[in-house]
Write a protein that binds this ligand. Structure first.
Ligand code: SF4
Length: 359
């Protein structure tokens, strides 16, 4: 496993929860109450932090200790590009060590509301056949603070409310499990970024042990499993991870997750013309998870691709959706936005506006 590289010996403020802040300050000889630690976090991370600080100033001594003992650097915005067709804004961000990652601001159906698609790694090791990021390979994991900083960067220049976050950008979030969960905790903390836990979505290509762990830990964040094919040989060709995690093992993990959540389990299906929309796929999916209540998110790949895949025709898609009816599962066509600005790889920024990410 490639770990996120520490760019300084100091812990970063954006990766801390109130208990961490309290313990950190105590280690430097400063005792604070629980409410002071929470107020400090709100000051650091809340969109209205500056306003709060004016009303109830955070002690200057506390801030001085934090300035001397924590890393507070932000990410540099290298580029921001708006897709005129759909309003998606893709950000290219640089970490202090020079690593580049992406985030995307996604307009939701509710006027003035947005979600942020976050990367979890620099590059990705999963090598999905239809994904440009997969061809880069993995450079390193992102630290929790970098994911939070990406969110804060996008949020602070958003002309509206950011009500959700999706870990669906570059990288396989569950391969960087601890840092992604920490970032989600900071994002959803009532004194942190204040995003509802149920409006935080984590996507995975199907790392079975981590799905089971996620289920055991009982998180309220939503998990989406990218299945894309239920025919073993085809899935292994499209998602090489399937060569290491047999479908039967993945199905067991999905069942464990289904038991841990009251709602349906969402599986994502990246639809490719002429590839994964036949009757064999529907039969295989029915045989794989007959006992799990599913929701199926269909995501079109974009056309004009260098890898030879193409978008399914309207007829291919329609036939597949009709065949899927036998599963009695809601089918949601999700929008893979930002195509004109290359914000849409296999999964990056694939959302149904107004659905999964709205809080
Ligand atoms: S689709 Fe996601 S998991 Fe697959 S290679 Fe691309 S970034 Fe990685």
């Amino acid at each position: 496993m490639i770990q996120s590289r520490s760019v300084t010996a100091l812990p970063h403020l954006f990766g801390m929860l109130p208990d961490d802040l309290k313990a950190h300050l105590a280690a430097h000889g400063v005792q604070v109450r629980d409410d002071e630690a929470r107020r400090l976090l709100a000051h650091v991370l809340g969109p209205e932090g500056a306003e709060q600080a004016r009303r109830r100033p955070v002690g200057r001594r506390l801030l001085a200790v934090l300035a001397a003992t924590t890393d507070q650097r932000r990410l540099e915005v290298v580029e921001r590009a708006t897709d005129p067709a759909d309003g998606f804004v893709k950000y290219l961000l640089r970490s202090p060590d020079g690593a580049l990652s992406e985030a995307v601001r996604i307009p939701l159906h509710r006027p003035g509301c947005y979600s942020v698609c976050l990367s979890s790694q620099v590059g990705c090791a999963m090598r999905c056949a239809f994904c440009a990021t997969g061809r880069l390979g993995l450079s390193r994991n992102l630290a929790a603070w970098e994911m939070v900083a990406a969110f804060v960067t996008v949020r602070d220049e958003t002309p509206g409310r950011v009500t959700g976050a999706v870990f669906q950008g570059q990288g396989e979030p569950l391969q960087n499990y601890d840092e992604v969960i920490r970032a989600a905790r900071v994002l959803s903390h009532p004194c942190g970024c204040k995003i509802s836990a149920s409006a935080i979505t984590i996507s995975t290509v199907g790392l079975a042990p981590q799905i089971r762990r996620f289920a055991q830990e009982g998180h309220r964040y939503r998990l989406i499993i990218s299945l894309t094919s239920a025919v073993p040989e085809r899935r292994a060709a499209l998602l090489p991870v399937a060569g290491r995690v047999p479908l039967s093992e993945l199905a067991d993990a999905i069942r464990a997750y289904a038991r841990s959540t009251s709602g349906r389990v969402t599986v994502a299906w990246v639809l490719m013309g002429g590839v994964n929309h036949g009757a064999d796929e529907v039969e295989a999916l029915r045989a794989l998870l007959p006992d799990v209540r599913l929701r199926i998110n269909l995501i079109d790949v974009n056309d004009a691709r260098p890898d030879g895949f193409r978008r399914a025709t309207a007829l291919e898609r329609q036939l597949f959706m009709e065949r899927l009816q036998v599963l009695s599962a809601p089918i949601v066509r999700r929008y893979s936005g930002g195509a004109a600005r290359h914000a849409a790889c296999g999964m990056l920024a694939a959302v149904r506006c107004g659905e999964a990410s709205e809080g």
